[in-house]
Design a protein around this ligand. Structure first.
Ligand code: ATP
Ligand code: MG
Ligand code: FE
Length: 344
């Protein structure tokens, strides 16, 4: 099927067009520069930017794919989770397009879409699969029995999301927002073993009680304390070592628990999605550990990991192919849509 996907859950206005598993267009407009000076996404600014960007981004995607709206079989839109006002712009816009062009509309889960995007690069996802979803607002391990409907959370962060930890640590190191990319770059010049930062929820008792949960706020505090101690002593902060050691702690815990989840559930495929999946150390460590455990690893290329419209189109295409019912035209935007609700 030819499916158009609209994404507006955070600061990226994305419109993607796919045919089956083939990506035809992925148009993106970002308001990230407007948020950078606040050190985080400002919801009202994001919503206004979506209003300005939606129609032109739509037109760019259609031109890039060389199709007309009349040609598409369905429209998919992120219905949640995300910023309420930002979601509303995409959902209202998608309803307008669906109504005008008389197309079925699928309101889909942004988090499932972060997983589904991998099908554009690696084809159909073998099911069941374990998905490690690591983004700016979420960090979860999911058991994906059926990408079109049955996704069960095995565990999640009990405090900060992995991406949030990258953003907060970047801020205290004086690096720009969003913090993932600059920390990834700074880490290349550093030693990942220079500083032993804590691995949250990995003590034997924690592993027993929280085998697939994560915690990153203690790590963030440990980095802050370490940096402050250096500064108090009047010593320079070794940016590369701090970045590399922090990144190592995050990648270590994420990959360890993801592999353990695969083994415990007898699942042979691990897929990683979300913005943090763009992290070079996480990708490399996951490769090593999956190879050693005999698991098949699937991680989409970095540009597909962060928010985009293609991921929404990919999930929409999968739903259409699976014969899923479209959403009602009065579908809600749900800022707290649970990860187990693939479509609304
Ligand atoms: P959610 O998907 O939970 O709603 P979001 O959509 O805002 O949140 P994404 O766009 O999926 O989040 O991911 C953004 C996050 O990914 C940011 O926290 C950013 O710092 C992080 N990130 C991006 N690139 C990298 C990288 N190379 N290394 C680590 N983190 C990264
Ligand atoms: Mg973003
Ligand atoms: Fe996201």
């Amino acid at each position: 099927p030819l499916v158009l996907g609209i994404e507006t859950s955070c600061d990226e206005t994305g419109v993607g067009i796919v045919r089956g598993h083939t990506l035809l267009a992925d148009a993106l407009a970002s308001s990230v520069a407007e948020h950078a000076r606040y050190g985080g996404v400002v919801p009202e600014v994001a919503s206004r930017a979506h209003v300005a960007a939606l129609v032109p981004t739509m037109q760019r995607a259609l031109a890039e794919a060389g199709v007309r709206l009349a040609d598409v079989d369905a429209i998919a839109v992120t219905a949640g989770p995300g910023l309420a006002g930002a979601l509303l712009v995409g959902v209202a816009g998608a309803k307008g397009y669906a109504l005008a062009a008389e197309k079925p509309l699928f309101g889909v889960n942004h988090l499932t879409a972060h997983v589904a995007v991998d099908t554009l690069q690696h084809g159909p996802l073998p099911e069941p699969a374990i998905a490690l979803l690591v983004s700016g607002g979420h960090s979860s391990l999911l058991l994906v029995d059926d990408l079109a409907g049955r996704v069960r959370p095995l565990g999640a962060t009990i405090d900060d999301a992995a991406g949030e930890a990258f953003d907060k640590v970047a801020r205290l190191l004086g690096l720009p927002f969003p913090g993932g990319p600059p920390i990834d770059r700074a880490a290349r010049e550093g030693d990942p073993e220079a500083i032993a930062f804590p691995r949250g929820l990995t003590a034997p008792k924690d592993l027993a009680e929280h085998p697939y949960d994560f915690s990153f706020s203690g790590l963030k505090t440990a980095v802050a304390r370490w940096v402050e101690a250096r500064q108090r002593a009047g010593e320079p902060v070794p940016m590369g070592d701090v970045a590399a050691s922090f990144q190592e702690a995050v990648a270590d815990v994420l990959t360890r628990k993801a592999v353990a989840a695969c083994q415990a559930h007898g699942v042979s495929t691990l897929v990683i999605g979300g913005g943090v999946a763009a992290n070079s150390r996480l990708r490399l460590l996951a490769e090593h550990r999956c190879a050693r455990a005999g698991l098949t690893l699937r991680v989409p290329r970095p540009a597909l990991c962060t928010d985009n419209g293609a991921m929404v189109a990919a999930l929409g295409s999968h739903l259409v192919a699976a014969g899923a019912e479209p959403s009602r035209l009065d579908l809600p935007a749900d800022s707290a849509l649970p990860v187990s609700t693939v479509r609304v």
